[in-house]
Design a protein around this ligand. Sequence first.
Ligand code: FDA
Length: 308
Amino acid sequence: MLGPVLLAASRSDRMRQIVAAAPVTRPVVQRFIAGDELGPAMDTVRALTASGLQVTLDHLGEDVTDRATAHATRDAYLRLLETLAAAGLGERAEVSVKLSAFGQSLPDGGHDIALEGVRQVAELATASGTTVTLDMEDHTTVDSTLAVLHELRRDHPGTGAVLQSYLFRTEDDARALAVAGSRVRLVKGAYKEPANVAFQDRKDVDRSYVRALRTLFAGDGYPMVGSHDPRMIAIAQELAARHHRAADTYEFQMLYGIRTAEQRRLAEAGQRVRVYVPYGADWYGYFMRRLAERPANLAFFLRSFVPA
Ligand code: FDA
């Protein structure tokens, strides 16, 4: 019940001001966000990679409404890639981008503005020996994001994308992307979507996830299993065995701060595991989606308002 309310709040400027101003917010936010600045985030990246995990870094931000902010996003990613390369982490750390932070929804050429920005990021990523994955946002952006993926893969074939199993279209998209060299992160989906484009029942979302997993594991691409759900992880492992996939032909991905013991357990068992590490001051939308996913997170957050 509360999930849709929180997802609506994740796009409210008024709620953003209230939540961000509350002093008790910070410790709860820190569970999911690796810091407001790149410095602390790099400490997290070093610790994770030293323990055998890989990472994908997200410089937080979304829904930018002017070109200057879109350019600032691009510059933040260029700085991030330079920092990763200087730290010798290019092989273990890649970046995840939200095209809305690169200007995708700007009127008058938003798609092209985002493409040009992310192209520069992909060029530096390739030169540094790493990759970019395009996060997926609400359903209105999927065609544009997949078109950007298509463009980028011409010169940067390692560019990855995200498919969301709650969308009806995802089975078709998974089939189209299950091709050699194609990196696809499959997730359930984190936005509030209408019933004419997306499954509303969790069981249907799960069934769709399994169908897309089957397609991706049977294909020639590189599946990235973006889920904390033990059932989805077990099914992915069965599919990997059934298709005789070597451990370096797919990977598991989980979010920073969620099921960390399971991340380590899988890695110690010889699986490739990548942790999605968000950092930056614009954490509100990301944080609210994490609260919406799990009532226990919301209860923890609300309890922090009660004086001890
Ligand atoms: P599910 O929600 O069923 O959770 C299964 C179990 O995982 C829970 O029982 C709980 O133990 C744990 N869990 C899940 N969420 C939790 C939380 N917030 N806090 C604490 N425990 C939690 N979405 C999107 O729309 N676009 C995107 O680009 C991405 N990118 C992305 C990258 C990566 C690496 C991951 C793992 C996820 C995303 N997502 C995403 C988010 C995704 O769509 C989805 O909302 C969450 O992963 C939760 O779904 P699960 O598959 O984990 O299952």
